[in-house]
Design a binder for this molecule. Structure first.
Ligand SMILES: *[C@@H]1O[C@H](CO)[C@@H](O)[C@H](O)[C@H]1NC(C)=O
Ligand SMILES: *[C@@H]1O[C@H](CO)[C@@H](O)[C@H](O)[C@H]1NC(C)=O
Length: 488
């Protein structure tokens, strides 16, 4: 049986070529993370019910995504991150259904709720046609088993107890226990694969390489990175030949950074947590945020390969913390123009308000994919501006330029990255400020409002800052692109 499988793998790998994207190519991209079940339905319905609280499949599919790819690309995103694609544990458990895709039952079959193999191939093709990359979420740490009794014979290909660590709950204070223990509970256990076993690791590596080459995947998002030893990641990311971004769900810089020795990049959790704390309320501490950003820079191998995100499927949406558009736009600016690869979670552009999982997994069709009175124009503008910065001639390319941080008082922060000057506040009300460090008399463009500004003879701009962020750039550098960025 196993020999037959191996032959199939070799055969398929041989007959498809990959358009795999390397880490340095990913720096140029901006990622839209979506949950396949919740992004778009193939029937185009805008009213099909979906109560995230019920934790059941709502009908989003790969065909649905194809039909709404233009919505994503028109906002300037050049990559999509999609939910895991494999067959899931069946039926309703005490913790709902596997609509998110993180409960693998069979590695060698597609999740038919999301569509057929053909549909998935079509989705990747449709993305590539638009010049968009596809990042696939993969779960290599565990399988899933509904109920208390583990039915190993149902799990494919790891159909025996010997492939797993002994069943033991995780003690989250202990790294060995995080790696060897099981997540889950009596409603649903997540049997933890023994990736230290050579046979298990070989199968997972072969599976991943095959999926990447057969389906032309451009990058991987590695679920539950902290639950598998770094040596495994080093091997698989070394062999797979595409950009790998791992999930280490921790705000501690010293926990997250070391993982970059085993893969290209990680979700920038420390930055996300610090930015949210600093900018969602007037009580946020901007010095503490700056300290975290600088600590990341000094401790991690290369922050420019991290994923910069402000929302995801595991954390409360920003809209559940603040409804102030100025604050949400401030975090959108940090999301797109910081050091790292931007990742925006579907629905963030719609200012959705779901709090913790499962409430943060709303059906996007209920928003009617509206492009006004939300953050769609903001993200569109910011993505266009980032693309312009990437293609602008500059001694240091924008994606490699290091942000520097300058507090203009306790509640206003000036961030400089290359020629870009950001002014961000958590005050929420108007305040008079002086922004320094321009050339004397220089003409500048505020990119979000397309307002013109001029520095005085001291190279300073004096203005009244509202709760809105400022994105300031030399007007001469924007030249012919001003119309593209600002509209006719
Ligand atoms: C803000 O953070 C800085 C740096 O961590 C710290 O030194 C300072 O005490 C904090 N300020 C307040 C008011 O908590
Ligand atoms: C990133 O984009 C710029 C501008 O288009 C280009 O010059 C550069 O080669 C790209 N980098 C990679 C690694 O593709």
């Amino acid at each position: 049986m196993r020999t037959l499988l191996a032959l199939v793998l070799v055969f398929t790998t041989h007959f498809y070529s990959s358009l795999a994207a390397t880490a340095s190519e990913w720096r140029n991209h901006s990622i839209y993370q979506l949950m396949t079940d919740r992004f778009a339905r193939p029937d185009g319905s805008l009213t099909a019910p979906c109560d995230p609280n019920e934790r059941v499949f709502c009908g989003g599919t790969w065909k649905g995504i194809i039909s709404r790819l233009d919505y994503i690309s028109r906002m300037g995103f050049t990559a999509i991150w999609v939910s895991p694609i494999v067959e899931q544990s069946d039926g309703r458990t005490g913790v709902g259904e596997a609509y998110h895709g993180y409960w693998t039952r069979n590695l060698y079959a597609f999740n038919l709720k999301f569509g057929t193999e053909r549909d998935f191939i079509d989705l990747v093709g449709a993305a590539h046609e638009r010049g968009m990359l596809v990042m696939l979420d993969v779960v290599l740490n565990h399988f899933a088993n509904p109920g208390e009794t583990i039915q190993y014979q149902n799990l494919i290909p790891f159909n025996h107890e010997r492939y797993y660590h002994p069943k033991r709950e995780i003690d989250w204070g202990s790294q060995p226990s995080i790696e060897n223990g099981w997540m889950g509970n009596g409603y649903l256990w997540l049997p933890d694969l023994n990736t230290e076993d050579k046979e298990v690791a070989d199968i997972l590596v072969a599976w991943t390489k095959n999926v990447v080459s057969k389906y032309k995947i451009d990058g991987l998002r590695l679920d539950a990175t902290r639950n598998i030893p770094m040596s495994f990641w080093k091997r698989i990311c070394g062999e797979v030949g595409v950009y790998c971004q791992g999930e280490v769900w921790a705000s501690d810089v010293n926990i997250v950074c070391p993982y970059q020795d085993s893969m290209d990049g990680l979700h920038n959790y420390p930055f996300k947590v610090a930015a949210t704390e600093a900018f969602t309320s007037p009580n946020g501490n901007l010095s503490a945020f700056v300290q975290v950003a600088q600590h990341m820079r000094s401790q991690c191998k290369d922050v420019s390969l991290f994923g910069t995100f402000m929302e995801n499927h595991d954390n409360p949406r920003l809209g559940s913390i603040t409804t102030d558009p100025g604050r949400l736009r401030t975090l959108a600016v940090l999301n797109i123009l910081s050091d790292g690869i931007p990742i925006v979670y579907y629905g963030q552009e719609q200012m959705l308000t779901g709090a913790n999982d499962p409430l943060n997994r709303e059906a996007l069709w209920h928003t009617h994919y509206s492009t006004a009175n939300n953050l769609v124009p903001t993200f569109t503008r910011l993505n266009a501006f980032r693309r312009l910065l990437i293609s602008a001639a500059s001694p240091t390319p924008f994606t490699y330029a290091v942000s520097t941080y300058h507090l203009l008082g306790t509640q206003v922060l000036n961030i400089r990255k290359g020629d870009v000057s950001l002014v961000l506040t958590n005050l929420g009300v108007a305040t008079d400020i002086v922004v320094p460090m321009f050339a004397a008399g220089e003409e500048l463009l505020e990119v979000l409002s397309c307002r013109l500004l001029r520095a005085d003879s001291m190279g300073q701009i004096k203005l009244t800052l509202t709760g809105e962020p400022l994105v300031i750039y030399p007007r001469t550098r924007i030249a012919d692109s001003e119309t593209t960025i600002c509209g006719a």
